[in-house]
Structure formats: C-alpha cells, structure tokens
Unconditional design. Sequence first.
Length: 258
Amino acid sequence: MQTNETKVALVTGANTGVGFQIAKALAENGYDVYVGSRNLQKGEDAAKQIGGKTQAIQLDITDPESIRHAVSEIAHDFGYLTLLVNNAAISNAGTPGRTLWEILSAQKASVASIEEMRQVWETNVFGTLALTQAFLPLLRKAKAARIVTVSSSLGSLTLNADADNAFRSGFDAVYGASKTALNGVFLSLANELENTNVKVNLVSPGFTATALNNFEGTDSVEEGSLEPIRVALAEDIPNGSFTGPATYRTAQGSQIPW
C-alpha cells in the first residue's frame, strides 16, 4: 500500500461505458481521477456525474498533440501518475448503424477493408502504446505504479484456436486481431518492466453491452465492469496477468490464456 502519496489515476475513454464505471470506482476509493475523453464537454459532464476528486481531461489517443497536453497537465498538477487505465478503443470504422453481425461479417480476413483495419489498429494498438510510452516517465515517478489495459478474450489465440470455442467465429482481422496485437505489445511491456516500480496488467470485461458492439453484448455495463474495477483497484496482482470476469473461472482462476 502507498502511504503519504495521493493516488492519481487517468482513465482513457472514461466518459461512458466501462471506462466511466472504472473512473467512478476509483473516485469512490480515494483516487484523484482524470476522466479522459476525446470530447472535453462529455468528459466534464461525466466528471460532474462521478463527483469526488474527479476532473475531465481532453484526450484523443491517436493525436500526439492531445497526448502531450495531457501529460503536461498531469505533470503540472501532480508530477507523477499512480495508475493508467487504457480503456479507449473502437470496434470498427465503417458505415454507422450496422448490426454487430454485419460488422463482424465485413471484418473477416478475406474481405476486411485494409483502411478500416488501419484505423481500428491506430486506436487500439498504436494509440494505446503511444499514450503509455508518453506517461511512463510520470508512472516511474510514483512510489508504486500500475498500467491496466482493457483488452478482450476475443484476442486470445489459444481460445480462438480451440474448435470447441463457440465464440471463435467472432474472431476477426480488424477488432479481434487488434486485441491480440494489444495483448502482445503489453505482455512485452510487462516483461520489460518486471523489475521496476511499474506493474502491467490486462483485463477483459467479457461480452458487455457497450457502444463497441452496438449494445448487443450479453452482460450489462455494471456486470462487465466488475473485473476491470477489481484489477484497477487491486495493488497485489502479479505483473503480467490477463484476467476476465467470474464466468471465466477455471481451476486456474480467472486467468485468460494468451
């Protein structure tokens, strides 16, 4: 446990959905929370709704200038960052209004738009890493810091190679594979930082009804936020873990295979 140091958290994509629930839980547990949002007004509305020591910060993780401004603001306010929650993500960049089935059908490897794939990966992989790299100096200045990245079991190569997995048909080249790449990048980071003051953890919320899937998920946002909130609040989870909701639990616990 940290002592004599204010706990400071940044949650990306926190104006709605799972990110909002994580930010709310952190604020309720004594964190000073920055609510990251591409649209500052939406972030301010969310921060007002959450209350506590919460403030909005304009943040587009695909915009280097936006990232620089966010780092500068938090550096000015605190000089360090205790917790970075990488939640911001997109599931597609195609025609709006499509059903989840239509989106998945269009994202199969044989027909996927390479341009759409680039846009999704730009946010989910490259933007997430760019933001993390930018905040690493502030994370290193905390007594004990953590990076929690919201991923998806859909990115598990082990699960998607299992013929008995009923959901493997949803593993596509655009969104699903972007989460595989995200997992690989952050496992690499966890290995790199294992002997430092910064721990790296990945977490899946499960099939949660959010804007990512046109609210067609089977779990409510409150249910889907339980495991991400647990991981965000826990300070004793081993570095390099990848866990999912309680429904994933096996004899090995809630660990998700890479």
